[in-house]
Write a protein that binds this ligand. Structure first.
Ligand SMILES: [Zn+2]
Length: 81
């Protein structure tokens, strides 16, 4: 019966490998952390880790573009005529 709420963890309940994604408002009752299994080396579970970086929003386009240009840019063809 208590298994349903087993994943809702407070800061004190969090263990080293628990997802630290905050759920709710810290100033209100019911605030807790996700508490699911972390992705190895990440503070969040797989779902929240993916949510933590929204593609196209928080990325650094300059780095991405530079990498793409460095690896995929064909040498400019200098064709006479
Ligand atoms: Zn999570």
């Amino acid at each position: 019966m208590a298994e349903k709420t087993a994943k809702c963890k407070t800061l004190l309940d969090l263990e080293a490998t628990d997802c630290r994604w905050p759920v709710g408002d810290p100033r209100q009752d019911g605030f807790h952390f996700c508490g699911a299994q972390q992705v190895l080396g990440r503070p969040y579970c797989i779902a929240h880790w993916q949510m933590s970086f929204v593609p196209g929003k928080s990325r650094q386009p300059s780095v991405t573009a530079a990498l793409a240009a460095a690896t995929a840019l064909p040498a400019p063809a200098k064709r006479a005529a």
